[in-house]
Design a binder for this molecule. Structure first.
Ligand code: ZN
Ligand code: ZN
Length: 362
């Protein structure tokens, strides 16, 4: 009897622990499968706090990241714009230090960053993996970018499509070429806040730059008017640590999750789609139909558009598999001798505006 009671107590303690452990990551958890033997890390590398023109304390950014299901954040306060500086003490590293401490406590990786904030050109640039933001307070923007690189930073051009800086055009300026040719710019922000920038996607491909997507959140992610959800950069890294994340960024192993759409490299999209879907099928001889059940395990819906050249009523024209959902449908084999059915995935985008092809084997 005593033994049983002890067992019950132990069970309750364990139940309590596991409930507690689950507490932080309930409901809103984002899920994307691992691919290529690498870990899929959900990251936001563009975040502000009260130490620049943000409205929240750095520790809150870590709690918010947990709530939003992220693994990694970077604090990128403006170097040149600090409207709260009369009230907020601390040097240019302070917001990172506070967030880093909270990150260590709660299990969120926090990257040391800063936003170099200049008029166009060159506009705004994020420097990640810096070691001392205080040394980035220099007059010439070219000196700042050089110093960031000197510190081993990964530097990328933010929001080239932002209308406040380029109202009518989206231009790559001479200064971008100069910085790029020195190897000082390694990436470009293709998604920022509520905007997708096709020009940035094109430049990323032409110039072999890493694609990034960031929330650029100033208030809270709950209050921000994002398209459907917070923009996220998926990084495919060996481990969830700074070195592995940096290496993955250098290797351009990213996809962007924005407005329930994935953007990026075709091969990475294929891997993501392949690992997200579980497909089962059953042939019914009498009806001459193949019945499918497809489960989408990821947080990005999969919108399948059937080949418009198929005979009518072979298969539904549009099949939408919601995030973490499944669908049933059938292919009518009396309509023709198919080995497979071709689809376009409407919301998996490569080469700026191309929808990923997908073959459903029968
Ligand atoms: Zn900016
Ligand atoms: Zn910003």
């Amino acid at each position: 009897m005593k033994k049983n009671k002890l067992f019950l107590v132990i069970m309750l303690v364990f139940a309590g622990i596991s409930l507690f452990a689950q507490y932080h990551r309930q409901e809103s958890e984002l899920y994307f499968p691992d691919i290529k033997g690498l870990k899929t890390l959900k990251c936001d590398f563009h975040i502000h706090t009260v130490f620049s023109d943000g409205q929240v304390w750095p520790e809150y950014r870590v709690l918010e990241a947990i709530h939003d299901g992220l693994d990694v954040i970077a604090i990128t306060d403006h170097l040149e714009y600090r409207p709260h500086k009369e009230d907020i003490q601390g040097d240019y590293n302070r917001s990172y230090e506070i967030a880093k401490k909270a990150g260590n406590e709660y299990g969120i990786t926090v990257i040391h960053g800063a936003e170099i904030t200049r008029d166009m050109p060159p506009g705004h640039l994020n420097a990640l993996f810096i070691t001392d933001a205080n040394k980035l307070i220099l007059d010439s923007v070219e000196d700042v970018v050089a110093e960031a690189n000197n510190q081993g930073a990964f530097v990328y051009w933010n929001h080239p499509c932002w209308k406040a800086q380029q109202p009518d055009t989206v231009v790559w300026f001479d200064i971008h070429t100069r910085l790029y040719e020195k190897g000082y710019i390694q990436g470009i922000e293709v998604v920022n806040f509520s905007q997708y920038c096709p020009e940035a996607f094109k430049w990323a491909m032409d110039k072999d730059l890493t694609m990034l997507g960031g929330s650029d959140v100033h208030s809270t992610t709950e209050m921000s008017k994002f398209e459907k959800h917070r923009p996220v950069t998926l990084v495919f890294a060996k481990e969830n640590d700074e070195n592995a994340i940096r290496k993955a960024l250098d290797k351009k192993l990213t996809l962007l999750f924005f407005n329930e759409t994935l953007y990026g490299d075709k091969e990475l999209l294929y891997e993501m789609l392949d690992n997200s879907l579980t497909i089962t099928k059953r042939f019914d001889k009498e009806e001459n139909k193949m019945f499918f059940d497809i489960t989408n395990n990821s947080s990005c819906p999969v919108i399948m558009l059937a080949d418009p050249g198929l005979p009518r009523r072979t298969v539904p024209k549009v099949l939408t598999i919601g995030a973490k959902s499944n669908i049933h449908f059938h292919v009518d084999l009396s309509k023709g001798k198919f080995k497979s059915i071709n689809f376009k995935i409407e919301n998996y985008i490569y080469n700026v505006d191309q929808q990923l092809d997908f073959q459903l084997e029968l």
